[in-house]
Design a protein around this ligand. Structure first.
Ligand SMILES: Nc1nc2c(ncn2[C@@H]2O[C@H](COP(=O)(O)OP(=O)(O)O)[C@@H](O)[C@H]2O)c(=O)[nH]1
Ligand SMILES: [Mg+2]
Length: 693
């Protein structure tokens, strides 16, 4: 593909609720632009954008695809983001690197949970928004109701139709362009006269459009309110300014049917005219030791210092690593060396390309503002900044919420076990919402993500990279501690012929709340020498990680060895280790041991009408409600403290309780004692490993 200069590049994120038709719309736009000769279908797994096997099988987008569309001597880099909230990392990154956000609405369903979510992200990143009301051809489609729904939900925005549908549902035939006041049938390329039945509605909508256009520019405002009509060019220019300025909250509205390919030509035009040039895209950078964000406002050119952000990484067994970069400023060529500011290392480029779905299209260079892909970088991962070496700054990363869903993994074979760490690290490097760890408290390998589908998809990618695993619900990382003081004596003695073993230790344990583990030896009169006290300490220490009553780590215990006995010939290091260990275990068991569990700070947002159900459900989860808030748009948020053990599969439960209309996040608050009736079965199910020597 040829190189496009900054003023010819547009970057848009296509977002919206799962199933509103984003992927189908990209397909229609590609077809209308002439890039493809047939319209692929999601149901048939033949779209350009959903090319992964997993996406075809599930018929949903699982990651953001880059789809450059060449139209009218411009290149529109469309980022087709998934809609499913499990993939909010992908959605946020797409919005982060785009210059405008296109929110797609299903004309039947109207505003949905996913719509509100992407709206929130777009606002967070100060992005201008364009709305496309899609599926106008469907049975029960209602353009007016969908538009009204938008106005109700996002009340501080002005929604200004630029197109109106001609007919609806099975009768949807084309669009009226409110700028030219002409009808455009089918894709909308060729104009015809306005159908008579639309005249009145079109004129009313035209007024609204002109006013919104006038408001975006002082000169137009004066002219218009002074009684002079604006020309079509002035209206277009005013709307363009309105649409490109996020602060005006003016949202142009388009209408389409993606699958019937109606109204897509004006959308292509809009993607050039109504979205802003990457030259004036503000971006923030941070420097080490400086709290404030430094903003670069542009205009950014090829001659500006290089500032590129890696927003996505794909690891493919066959093509290797592909790094998706957004150039905010400066130019890059395929055979250059570039400095990775995040890792402080030079990266040699081996070519550059763009992708169209899976198809790799080589490019020689990328100009300021463009998006492209660098293959086979050695050190670079998602979130990294490439910039001139002396600049020493990082492009601000989006904020990601904590993982909500986790599974414990066990490798299927020895071979899987050998590779699992590397493969999980690779996956987690490329996806900022995915994490893995070797949990020392539970001795499990834990993979954490945003939801069950997210984690399943990650595991199927792991399988493609050659690692198969079994999964189970992770163990809760309980801890063990004591609640009163208790003492114990243990004598280890082996004296059956030959060299004997002897060691005797008396100690007490007591709670050391919040101060961790502390060991002291306070033996007077030299009844045990310092060397053997060290041995006893070693013995006690050997118990800590594996616990005493249920196999969990011991915390917050004060151990004091205050007496003991030696033997003139049989005292041995090993004997005192055993005595220390066993005395500790006995004292621990006497000291009213308990389990501690992680308590989470949880925030749940649902439609107000569902709050009653959510609260009574929280009750059954031992939740303690901390507060309630109405968050606007008919939503309420409850904050509660809930034990992690009750939240392990909350995402699925919340989804079924609210029909997908609920959202939550959580983070660890502290550890608290597990109530006895719940602790008991956990303790009695525990079978300690034998520690015979
Ligand atoms: N009738 C009709 N169906 C559509 C339209 N756009 C998409 N669909 C269907 O809606 C479903 C979801 O579409 P898809 O493009 O995967 O939505 P996405 O999740 O937003 O990417 C698929 O079955 C599409 O065929 C449309 O304009 N009209
Ligand atoms: Mg999709």
């Amino acid at each position: 593909m040829k190189e496009y200069t900054t003023d010819k590049v547009r970057n848009v994120a296509l977002v919206g609720h799962q199933g509103c038709g984003k992927t189908s719309l990209v397909e229609a736009l590609l077809f209308t632009s002439g890039a493809t000769s047939r319209l692929g279908r999601v149901e048939e797994g033949t779209t350009v954008s959903d090319f992964e096997d997993e996406e075809k099988a599930r018929q949903i987008s699982l990651s953001t695809s880059l789809i450059p569309i060449e139209f009218d001597d411009h290149k529109i880099n469309v980022l087709d983001a998934p809609g499913f909230t499990d993939f909010q990392g992908e959605i946020r990154n797409a919005i982060r690197v785009a210059d405008s956000v296109i929110v797609v609405i299903d004309a039947v369903a109207g505003v949905e949970v996913g719509t509100e979510l992407v709206w929130e992200y777009a606002k967070q990143f100060l992005q201008p928004i364009i709305v496309i009301i899609n599926k106008v051809d469907r049975e029960n489609a209602d353009f007016g109701a969908a538009l009204q729904g938008l106005k109700n939900t996002f009340a501080d925005h002005k929604f200004i139709p630029v197109m109106l549908p001609i007919g609806e549902q099975a009768d949807f035939k084309g669009v009226v362009n409110l700028l030219t006041m002409k009808a455009y049938y089918e894709t909308g390329k060729d104009r015809s006269d306005l159908p008579a039945f639309m005249t009145e509605a079109a004129e009313a909508a035209h007024r609204e459009l002109v006013e919104a256009a006038a408001e975006a520019d002082d000169a137009y405002m004066e002219k218009y309110f002074g009684g002079t009509e604006l020309t079509a060019d002035e209206i277009r220019d005013g709307m363009r300014k309105a649409a490109r300025n996020h602060a005006l909250n003016t949202v142009p509205v388009f209408v389409t049917s993606a699958t019937k390919n109606i109204g897509t030509y004006p959308v292509l035009e809009a993607l050039i005219a109504y979205t802003s040039s990457p030259a004036i895209r503000r971006y923030g950078v941070t420097r080490e030791g400086v709290d404030e964000i430094e903003y670069h406002n542009g205009p950014h050119t090829d001659d500006s210092n290089l500032s590129a952000y890696v927003f996505k990484t794909v690891n493919d067994r066959f093509v290797g690593t592909l790094s998706f970069i957004r150039l905010f400023a400066g130019k890059i060529s395929g055979d250059s060396r570039n400095w990775n500011n995040t890792r402080n290392i030079d990266e040699r480029f081996n070519g550059l390309m763009t992708l169209r779905g899976k198809e790799q299209i080589p490019v020689t260079g990328l100009h300021a503002g463009d998006i492209g892909i660098v293959p086979k970088l050695q050190h670079t991962t998602t979130g990294d900044t490439l910039a001139d070496r002396d600049k020493e700054y990082q492009i601000v990363k989006p904020y990601f919420t904590e993982p909500l869903y986790s599974v414990a993994l066990s490798p299927k074979t020895q071979q899987d076990a050998a590779k699992i760490g590397t493969v999980l690290s690779t996956l987690c490097h490329s996806d900022p919402t995915l994490r893995w760890r070797n949990d020392p408290d539970t001795s499990q390998i834990v993979l954490e993500g945003m939801g069950d589908i997210h984690v399943q998809v990650a595991l199927s990618r792991a399988e493609k990279l050659g690692v198969s695993v079994n999964t189970e619900t992770p163990r809760i990382p309980y801890k063990e501690t004591v609640t009163k003081k208790a003492e114990a004596m243990y004598r280890h003695k082996k004296q059956s012929g030959g060299a004997g073993q002897f060691g005797e230790i008396t100690l007490f344990v007591e709670p050391n709340v919040g101060n961790g583990y502390l060991y002291e030896a306070k033996v007077t009169g030299g009844s045990v020498t310092a060397t053997y006290l060290d041995s006893a300490n070693k013995g006690v220490n050997s118990v800590l990680a594996g616990g005493v009553i249920a196999g969990y780590p011991v915390v917050d215990v004060h151990v004091v060895v205050f007496d003991g006995k030696m033997h003139p010939v049989d005292s041995k290091d090993i004997a005192f280790q055993i005595a220390g260990r066993e005395a500790f275990k006995e004292a621990f068991k006497e000291a009213n041991p308990v389990l501690l569990e992680p308590i989470m700070n949880v925030r749940i947002t649902v439609p107000e009408s569902m709050m009653g159900d959510i609260m009574s459900d929280l009750n059954t989860r031992r939740g303690r409600v901390q507060g309630m808030d109405t968050s606007g748009g008919g939503k309420s948020t409850v904050s509660a403290e809930v034990p992690l053990a009750e939240m392990m599969r909350y995402g699925n439960d919340l989804r079924s309780m609210t029909g997908g209309r609920g959202m939550y996040d959580m983070s660890v608050s502290r550890y608290e004692r597990v109530p006895q009736p719940i602790a008991e079965p956990i303790i009695s199910a525990y079978k300690p490993h034998s520690t015979n020597d």
